[in-house]
Design a protein around this ligand. Structure first.
Ligand code: RB5
Length: 149
């Protein structure tokens, strides 16, 4: 898969760990990473990543900020994006299986450890989208989006 990876200054220690894992797993990466320790506004990186996924130029996205909240709110403003903030591996698996999340968001200051963030991202990558009632509900989300735009 081609995966876009981005984050703000709060993610500086986390992004290299995630990037190495994703490339080791054979994914192609588009990194939207500010130079370490440089202040970076999360809405900008989140919008850029979301547009890469919504356009199909990237298959999926990983976004990290302090809480994982700001990047998900911003990314979800882009049509076609289902960005989910996940604090543990269960949420990450459900975000893929039930919600077909195409971007995962993690809070660096919440999980506090790059290894934990990595396990969350891996759980999401390894999970499979489920069909049936879950796909129908994702369709209902898309219907809300169609009514909104
Ligand atoms: C940056 O200090 C912080 O506000 C940001 O990383 C994020 O947590 C926003 O939701």
């Amino acid at each position: 898969m081609k995966i876009v990876l981005g984050g703000d200054h709060a993610a500086a220690d986390f992004l290299p760990v995630i990037a190495k894992c994703l490339t080791d797993r054979g994914h192609e990466l588009l990194e939207l990473t500010a130079p370490a320790a440089e202040r970076c506004d999360y809405p900008k990186v989140a919008e850029q990543a979301a547009r890469e996924v919504a356009s199909g130029r990237c298959d999926a996205g990983v976004l990290i900020c302090g809480t994982g909240i700001g990047v998900s709110i911003a990314a979800n403003k882009v049509r076609g994006i289902r960005a989910a903030t996940c604090c543990d591996t269960y949420m990450a698996r459900m975000a893929k299986e039930h919600n077909n999340a195409n971007i995962i968001c993690v809070g660096a200051r919440v999980v506090a450890d790059p290894g934990i963030a990595l396990s969350i991202v891996e759980a999401w990558l390894d999970a499979e989208v489920q069909g049936g009632r879950h796909a129908e509900r994702v369709g209902m989300i898309e219907e809300i989006e169609r009514r909104e735009h």
